[in-house]
Each structure stands twice: as structure tokens, then as C-alpha cells.
Design a protein around this ligand. Structure first.
Ligand SMILES: Cc1cc2nc3c(=O)[nH]c(=O)nc-3n(C[C@H](O)[C@H](O)[C@H](O)COP(=O)(O)OP(=O)(O)OC[C@H]3O[C@@H](n4cnc5c(N)ncnc54)[C@H](O)[C@@H]3O)c2cc1C
Length: 262
């Protein structure tokens, strides 16, 4: 038999409309999506969505990864999904979030991701920068009241601090860059190096600026002797990646569209 050409499957996507835009902090905007399409998702906060946003330079949509900050689905109120965008500067997703208006349509793929806090861990550490904060908040909300938790979050300044949800009472350390550019400090490295872990088998979740989380991963494995299985590490962004104007993981120009609900 002649070799068969690989079958190209189009990944199913969801289109929802912007219901509300709220400024959580000066540099964090929460966009609430709604629409019948969301009720079929069964999303779990902390999962990842690949969102298509317009790149104003090329006119093409590009895809960017974002975290499901919250998801509710009720028979009476319908389904809604919240995403928290860091307004970091010039990037298609940050620019889109800065300008988004109720009624606008947005297309995304997902949610995906199976990470949940380990229910058998004796203690938990969550660490990252502001891009990791929506996921950290989602995971904190899953922990029981008796959980022992420490949280380290690098943010621009005190104005970016947010309340932590859930019934657990984490020890939270906010690490302020105070004028330094994101991705240029060792605040998180230093805080993790200085941290004392309680006895027992813990679990550490770490995400954010990719070179920073790589350094901290190496620190934990090589200097602290942390077991690989006790670590979940994910790079969320890099200063060199996704230069404005170039599609990254996006779909062909003609396929994706974003617009307004009629
Ligand atoms: C699994 C996953 C979940 C994520 N969840 C969230 C989330 O819930 N909320 C959120 O805000 N982000 C989240 N991120 C990070 C987000 O995808 C990136 O910040 C993304 O690069 C933003 O896209 P953009 O189009 O705005 O900028 P890009 O086009 O990607 O980048 C443009 C320029 O901005 C720089 N840049 C990108 N992000 C930042 C930043 N945060 N700070 C400073 N400079 C930056 C780039 O280095 C580049 O120079 C997540 C990433 C992953 C992988």
C-alpha cells in the first residue's frame, strides 16, 4: 500500500464574547467571557487556554497562553470564564487586553492541563512572577484549611498585591521589583534560596519568566537536593520570545477572526 499522507486535524476552538473588563490592579486586567459555548467546556481554574488575539502590526491573529482564573457554570446564570492579563507593555495579548470592550468576540483553544496541588504533600510552595499569579490563586483555592503553604510572588510594586483566595492560610511573600524591569532581577532566586522548608514531603510549583524559573529549578535540584518528583516547573514567557509582529503558534491569517457579537 502506498504511504498515506498524515491526516491534518483542525483543533476544536471556542468562541466567546467579552462580558466585562475589570482592572484588578494597575497592571492586571480581568476579562470575563460569557456565551453558550462556554457551558460545554467543563474548565477548571488553573488550566491553560491558547487565545487568539490580533497582532496590530501584521493584522494576523497570534496565539498566546493564558490561565483560567475562574470558571462558573450554572443553570440559571449560564457559564462565564475569567482570565487575568498582565499589562506588561507592548505585546499583542497585552495590547488586546488593554483595549478589550464588552461584546467583542474572542477565540481560544482549550482548556488543557491536569496539574492539581498534590493532596498527599505535607507542605506546598508556589512561586512565580505576576503571570503565574492567576494559576497560584486557582491552586490555593483548591487546598484544604489545614494545608501548610508558602507563596512567593515577584511583582512590580506594592500596588500589584492581591488577596489570596481559599480556606488555607498561606504565608505570602510579595517580592517588589520597585522599578526594575520584569525578568531582570534575582528576587525570586534569593527568596527561594533563603527559604526554610518544613519537614516532610513537600511539593513546589514554579512558573514565570523562563530563564528565572530554569535557574531556580537548577538551584533546587543541585543545591537543595529537592527530588525531581516534588517539582513542577513551567516557563511562561521570555524576553526574547514572541517579538511583536510575528505570529507564534498562531493559525494562518485567513482562518481565525475576532470581531464583535451582533
Ligand atoms: C501555561 C501559561 C499560562 C499563562 N498564564 C498567564 C496568565 O494567566 N496571565 C498572564 O498575564 N500571562 C500568562 N502567561 C504568560 C503570557 O502567555 C506571556 O506573557 C505572553 O508572552 C504575553 O503575550 P503578548 O502577546 O502580550 O506579548 P509577546 O508578543 O509574547 O511579547 C512581546 C514582548 O513582551 C515581552 N513580554 C511578554 N510577557 C511579558 C511579561 N509578563 N512581562 C514583561 N515582558 C513580557 C516579551 O519578552 C517580548 O519582548 C502564561 C503563559 C503560559 C505558558
Amino acid at each position: 500500500m502506498p504511504p498515506q499522507a498524515p491526516v491534518r486535524r483542525r483543533v476544536a476552538s471556542t468562541v466567546a464574547s467579552v462580558a466585562a473588563v475589570n482592572q484588578v490592579t494597575p497592571r492586571m486586567t480581568r476579562i470575563r467571557l460569557c456565551g453558550d459555548s462556554l457551558s460545554r467546556l467543563a474548565a477548571v481554574p488553573g488550566q491553560t487556554l491558547k487565545i487568539y488575539v490580533p497582532d496590530l502590526d501584521s493584522g494576523c491573529p497570534v496565539s498566546r497562553d493564558y490561565t483560567v482564573r475562574d470558571y462558573r457554570n450554572s443553570a440559571t446564570a449560564g457559564a462565564r470564564l475569567d482570565i487575568d492579563f498582565v499589562l506588561h507593555g507592548d505585546g499583542p495579548a497585552a495590547n488586546w487586553a488593554r483595549r478589550a470592550q464588552p461584546g467583542e468576540l474572542v477565540e481560544f483553544v482549550g482548556p488543557s492541563g491536569r496539574y492539581r496541588p498534590d493532596p498527599h504533600a505535607d507542605w506546598h510552595v508556589f512561586a512565580g512572577d505576576e503571570t503565574a499569579l492567576p494559576a497560584i490563586q486557582a491552586y490555593l483555592a483548591m487546598l484544604p484549611a489545614h494545608a501548610r503553604v508558602a507563596v512567593y510572588v515577584e511583582i512590580a510594586d506594592a500596588g500589584e498585591e492581591q488577596p489570596m483566595p481559599g480556606v488555607a492560610t498561606p504565608v505570602v511573600r510579595w517580592l517588589h521589583r520597585d522599578g526594575r524591569q520584569p525578568g531582570t532581577s534575582t528576587l525570586l532566586d534569593d527568596a527561594i534560596r533563603a527559604a526554610q522548608w518544613p519537614p516532610g514531603q513537600g511539593h513546589i510549583w514554579l512558573a514565570g519568566h523562563t530563564p528565572t524559573v530554569r535557574r531556580i529549578r537548577a538551584q533546587l535540584l543541585n543545591e537543595r537536593g529537592i527530588d525531581r518528583c516534588a517539582l513542577y516547573v513551567k516557563g511562561f514567557w521570555d524576553r526574547q520570545q514572541h517579538p511583536a509582529g510575528s505570529p507564534a503558534g498562531g493559525a494562518p491569517c485567513a482562518v481565525r477572526t475576532v470581531g464583535r457579537a451582533r
